[in-house]
Design a protein around this ligand. Structure first.
Ligand code: PPE
Length: 318
């Protein structure tokens, strides 16, 4: 009860509004970016989306792996038989223009594809497909102290999406109903985030992040068949870690692997690279962010700061 009261007392900061939102090729005022209540997406969750960050680097604002995110948007749409009426290049240009128009140096970017107003009933095929892109300033996703101190997480009682139910390789809006169940359980239990197991009981992912563990110097993350979204930050961390001479494996992780790991960390566009300091109140290692996640994070930030060469071509200048 105490934890419940504590959680509900904290008032979250509202969305930091920008000026314009891109909707179906038009720049509309933030407050006018609206849809009809009988849009298919509102009732049946028919949307796919992306999330990425634009960073203020010494050479100017740059989107992190913009085309890779838009490619994943296209694959998500393909799974749900949605035809996006814009090319990848058009969406990339629209994103950059939107950031410029809003005068933002750094921001979060949310491209969204959804089924609109046309017909009610489950059949989505007769509803128009709309595309919107929004940008806004979004700070530390898992709290102000998350990066420095690490976060307290739990293993949720909810399993992640089972194979051949909701496809986890699609970043679909509806997948986040499962994420919401996980997240609410975590918050009301006094945790910052939840990690879900897959139907077989192996570690899958956080409500909005991928999971990595470090054990005896090796780095392990669940494979894409473990009911996860194959994160672009996850891929970046794997590339960067290997470049730093670290060993990375994609391998199933049993639940207790989280408890005996030397380090656990979460990755995501919003969460970036966030260390975990406890799982189910069991301290991870010595309960403080460990050297491996710190090393990777430092190299990651150095690319954004321009002090490390962007050899992977991650930055897409606005
Ligand atoms: N798994 C899930 C379920 C997930 O939502 C994300 C991103 C990831 C893994 C990591 O993917 P990537 O961003 O490509 O490294 N979650 C997005 C949405 C978070 C939200 O609350 O909204 C994000 O981080 O942008």
């Amino acid at each position: 009860m105490a934890a419940k009261r504590r959680a509900s007392r904290k008032k979250p900061p509202p969305i930091s509004k920008a000026s314009k939102i891109w909707m179906d090729g038009m720049l509309v005022d933030w407050d006018d970016a609206q849809i009809h209540v009988l849009s298919h997406v509102v009732h049946y969750g028919s949307s796919v989306f992306e999330g990425l960050r634009c960073y203020d680097t010494p050479k100017g604002s740059a989107c992190f792996r913009l085309l890779d995110h838009l490619r994943r948007l296209e694959t998500s749409a393909k799974i749900y038989r949605m035809d996006i009426p814009y090319s990848l290049e058009e969406l990339a240009e629209a994103t950059k223009e939107l950031i410029r128009v809003n005068g933002l140096k750094s921001c979060y970017v949310r491209p969204l594809v959804f089924r609109g107003y046309g017909q009610m009933g489950v059949n989505p095929l007769n509803c128009p497909v709309h595309v919107a892109i929004a940008v806004w300033e979004w700070g530390a996703y898992l709290g102000a102290d998350a990066m420095r101190k690490g976060v307290d997480v739990c293993v949720t009682s909810w399993r992640r999406l089972a194979p051949n139910t909701m496809p986890s390789l699609a970043k679909a809006g509806a997948n986040y109903m499962n994420s919401q169940l996980m997240k609410m359980e975590a918050i009301l239990g006094g945790f910052v985030e939840a990690i879900a197991l897959d139907v077989d009981g192996y570690v899958a992912e956080g409500s909005g992040e991928n999971v990595f563990i470090v054990k005896d110097g090796g780095i392990v993350t669940p494979p894409s068949g473990a009911s996860i979204l194959p994160g672009i930050t996850r891929h970046s961390v794997i590339q960067l870690a290997r470049k730093l001479g670290l060993e990375v494996r994609k391998q199933m992780i049993p639940r207790e692997g989280l408890y005996i790991a030397d380090e656990v960390f979460l990755t995501g566009s919003a969460a970036e690279i966030t260390p975990v300091r406890s799982v189910d109140r069991i301290p991870v290692g010595n309960g403080r962010p460990g050297p491996v996640s710190r090393k990777i994070r430092k190299a990651f930030l150095a690319i954004l700061a321009g002090t490390r060469k962007d050899t992977f071509g991650w930055l897409d200048f606005v």
